[in-house]
Design a protein around this ligand. Structure first.
Ligand code: AMP
Ligand code: MG
Length: 488
């Protein structure tokens, strides 16, 4: 349900700024079905007025009245440093639609735009659109994308680009930063309203707990611990894990300079602006934990309504310690499944760690390695396993495969069953940067067909789709290295 807190200190009514001559760049029929938008035979909204609504040029369509759109205030830590007030600088919440909030990203300046222009460019909007829908199909909690609407309107970034508006959907866009905002202002009444709203709409089970706010914290933390384990398991790097980019519902949110691992590099940094590697792949779990610590400190005043400061802090500190346990359990479960283990063996984790180290040393492609591993026959000879050729140190990988074959033989399932199970958790297709880049370059020339094609392929990431074999491959050697940064 829409952010129902009202008042100028929380949110501001913000009318989107129209864009000239809007046109469809991308549209997700699956998201449209989620919110009951009737479609025509081209899989676009049957009512053409939706184009203007999703461009930010019109506020009513069919039975929907979006005439009080809002931008909300939040604060946050950016790259580990307190940044003070931020807020929806380029996102405008139109309102509710079939249980989801509908938000336009890039629809013009808001009260919180600071020095920004309130716009988003075509390139970043396509990336957000494709990745939101791809993550959903991978079974990873995420905000959804409904559409990208483009315009020839120029937008200045490092070079001159053109504007686009990405329409997003989520049950709620509340972020950790919303809590930090009221907590930093020592506005306990607002903080309580926000927590009560979140509980009532999204965590009603907390109401029956002895300590509803502590239980709320536990739930948010648990969801984000699970989320980050899921990211690690598909090799997803978010890129900007600032506390204002962390969802209170445990959704992947704010797709910017994200990237899926091609070659496995444990310390891979996907964000070109992240010089220190704060948000590198291997740091994501620890950083998410840190963000949960930000939430915990913001909630202290709510526990202080019933307890003294020391007790309030210690209850939250104890709850915070659950994060690494939940993360660790989920990570192990997901990676066991990636290896095809249905049972739990004592040596599984050392075996997995040896593999990851070897993959790192040889820069093995993450997605295709696990996908191809599922096809390994347990009765085969190690020397006949083609995957061994991906590694530099053959002796040590042969030893690894030897141990792996023994381990899978100890499972009581057939090779075919194991292959099927592994193929349900090891995607064949992820949104590799070079694939998104091709779609973007074509779109910049006015051809949106590659976005459509990618959307179709990534909607079934676990299916073989043999006609799209090229899309499953690592980037070709010499293909342009794509640099993505915060500026979008
Ligand atoms: P991000 O790094 O995209 O999560 O953005 C951090 C903050 O900057 C948020 O408050 C955004 O709303 C704001 N912001 C980012 N880009 C713009 C822009 N072009 N115009 C206005 N605000 C922006
Ligand atoms: Mg953000």
């Amino acid at each position: 349900m829409a952010f129902t807190l009202t008042g100028g200190d929380v949110c501001q009514v913000t009318i989107p700024t129209p864009i000239p001559n809007p046109y469809w760049v991308a549209f997700s029929p699956s998201s449209a079905r989620l919110v009951d938008i009737p479609l025509n035979t081209s899989n676009l909204p049957a009512d053409p007025a939706w184009l203007n609504v999703l461009a930010g040029n019109q506020l009513t369509v069919e039975q929907h009245d979006f005439s009080s759109p809002i931008a909300s205030a939040y604060s946050g830590h950016q790259f580990g440093v307190w940044a003070g007030q931020l807020g929806d600088g380029r996102a405008i919440l139109l309102g509710d639609i079939s249980g989801q909030e509908l938000q336009l990203k890039g629809a013009g300046k808001t009260h919180y735009s600071r020095m920004g222009d309130g716009r988003a460019v075509l390139r970043s909007s396509i990336r957000e659109f494709l990745c939101s829908e791809a993550m959903h199909s991978l079974g990873i909690p995420t905000t959804r994308a409904l559409s990208v609407v483009g315009s020839k309107m120029p937008v200045l970034r490092e070079s001159l680009e053109t504007a686009a508006v990405c329409a997003r959907l989520a049950p709620s866009f509340i972020r950790i930063g919303h809590f930090e905002h009221f907590s930093s202002l020592q506005n306990v009444a607002r903080l309580k309203e926000l927590a009560d709203l979140l509980i009532a709409d999204h965590y009603p089970q907390c109401l029956s707990a002895e300590e509803p706010y502590l239980e709320l914290f536990r739930n948010v933390s648990r969801r984000n611990a699970t989320l980050v384990a899921q990211w690690q398991a598909v090799g997803f790097c978010h890129g900007v894990l600032n506390s204002d980019n962390i969802s209170a519902l445990g959704l992947t949110i704010d797709y910017g300079p994200f990237g899926f691992l091609d070659q496995f590099q444990i310390d891979h940094i996907c964000n070109h602006s992240d010089h220190g590697g704060r948000y590198a792949y291997h740091r994501q779990p620890q950083i998410m934990h840190w963000n949960m610590a930000c939430l915990a400190s913001s909630l202290v005043p709510l526990l202080e309504l019933k307890h003294d400061e020391k007790d309030a802090q210690s209850m939250l500190r104890n709850a915070l310690e659950e994060f690494p346990l939940i993360y660790g359990e989920t990570w192990q479960k997901l990676f066991r499944a990636k290896l095809g283990f249905q049972t739990t063996g004592n040596e599984d984790i050392p075996l997995l760690e040896r593999l990851l180290q070897a993959m790192h040393d040889s820069k093995v492609d993450f997605t295709s390695f696990f996908r191809r591993l599922s096809a390994v026959n347990s009765q085969t000879q190690v020397k006949d396993i083609a995957l061994r050729n991906e590694f530099i140190d053959r002796e040590s990988i042969d030893q690894w495969f030897n141990d792996y074959l023994m381990r899978i033989k100890s499972e009581n399932i057939s090779d075919t069953e194991r292959t099927n199970l592994m193929n349900q958790v090891n995607p064949k297709f992820v949104l590799r940067n070079h694939l998104a880049q091709t779609a973007i370059e074509m779109a910049e020339r006015g051809d949106f067909s590659e976005i459509q094609r990618l959307m179709g392929i990534l909607a079934a990431p676990f299916d073989e789709q043999p006609e799209y074999e090229e899309y499953a491959k690592p980037p070709p050697p010499g293909s342009n290295h794509v640099e993505v940064s915060c500026s979008s």
